[in-house]
Design a protein around this ligand. Structure first.
Ligand code: GLV
Length: 322
């Protein structure tokens, strides 16, 4: 049986599929395997099942050996993987789009609503014994209904976030290179979106073009009442510019599920701010979705081991068709 290395415990639904067709080793640690351990573990393997926390680069592919036939990532984003290096070696890279779209859009909305209505601050206030009475001028948040939502990036997840906005009677703007046919969403330049949106939500992949695409010049354009939501990748936002904008009250609030670096350092000044809401990269973290992701990652991996085209390949040019 071909050997496969899985870099962390994954839901059983996916693992069982793999174990039917491969000799599987699962890294047992709570933390990701350190790079040198991963290099040692992958030597001689035909398949690697990776997570966003694993760096897949030339050094790792060299350490694996020429029998490595597939890298399958249990995530939609693959910015931790050197796709060119994989393609150059003829290695298809799997990923898991589609199955996590709605779940991630739900979390973007959870963060948006929590930030707008000060849910986390309210919870802290109550638990610390400060709730003495009803106060007509206390803990005033922002209206979500009727506000303008700006989606930066309008692929599957951006569009799923926008669909939910219609239930709140929101005006929806989106910025990305190409226009898409979307119900009641207006394609605008990024500067217009930043100027006009009350809630700005990020849904682009991380790549050299999008790294720090939200920095000081972009915060300058935003409303003082704006809320920034990031469930995509931390490095799309320049963290120093974000701190400066939040600290100076240049925008009202940021709600982040992803940070740069990740995890956020405990001495990050961002964690001192009351106008920051933060969760630990849990956009796709529901029981159902993590099962679906594990199964899809297993299916991608097994298809490649069987010499078939994988259902979801992040570097389709490896097949010579794109
Ligand atoms: C998670 O961050 C993913 O890309 O699926």
């Amino acid at each position: 049986m071909p050997r496969v290395f899985v870099t962390r415990k994954i839901p059983a639904a996916g693992l069982l599929r793999l174990q039917d067709a491969a000799a599987v080793t699962v890294w047992p640690g709570e933390m990701p395997p350190p790079a040198e351990v991963l290099r040692a573990q992958i030597a001689g393997c035909s398949g690697l099942l990776s997570l966003v926390t694993d760096r897949v680069d030339d050094a790792l592919l060299d350490a694996a050996g020429s029998q490595l036939r597939v890298v399958s990532q249990m995530a939609v984003g693959v910015d931790n993987i050197d796709l060119d290096a994989c393609t150059a070696r003829g290695i298809p890279v799997g990923h898991t789009p589609g199955v996590l779209t709605e779940t991630t859009a739900d979390l973007a909305w959870a963060l948006l609503l929590a930030a707008a209505r000060r849910v986390v601050a309210g919870e802290r206030f109550v638990r610390s014994g400060n709730w003495k009475t009803f106060d007509p001028t206390f803990m005033l948040g922002l209206d979500v209904h009727g506000a303008t939502l700006g989606c930066v990036g309008f692929g599957r997840i951006g569009q799923a976030v926008a669909r939910r906005a219609h239930g709140f009677g929101m005006r929806v703007l989106y910025a990305q290179h190409r226009a898409v046919a979307a119900r009641a969403a207006q394609h605008v330049p990024l500067a217009t979106l930043l100027r006009e949106s009350d809630f700005i939500t990020l849904h682009t992949p991380l790549n050299p073009q999008t790294r720090h695409m939200i920095g000081a010049p972009q915060f300058d354009l935003m409303k003082r009442s704006a809320v920034l939501i990031n469930t995509a990748r931390g490095a799309i936002v320049d963290p120093q510019a974000l701190y400066a904008a939040l600290h100076a009250g240049q925008i009202a609030h940021a709600a982040l599920d992803v940070t740069d670096p990740e995890p956020i350092l405990m001495d990050s000044p961002l964690l001192q701010l009351d106008n920051l809401t933060i969760t630990p990269h849990v956009g796709s973290a529901t029981l159902q979705t993590r099962d679906r992701m594990a199964v899809l990652a297993a299916e991608n991996l097994l298809a490649a081991l069987a010499g078939a085209r994988m259902p979801h390949c992040a570097n389709p040019q490896v097949y010579g068709t794109v």
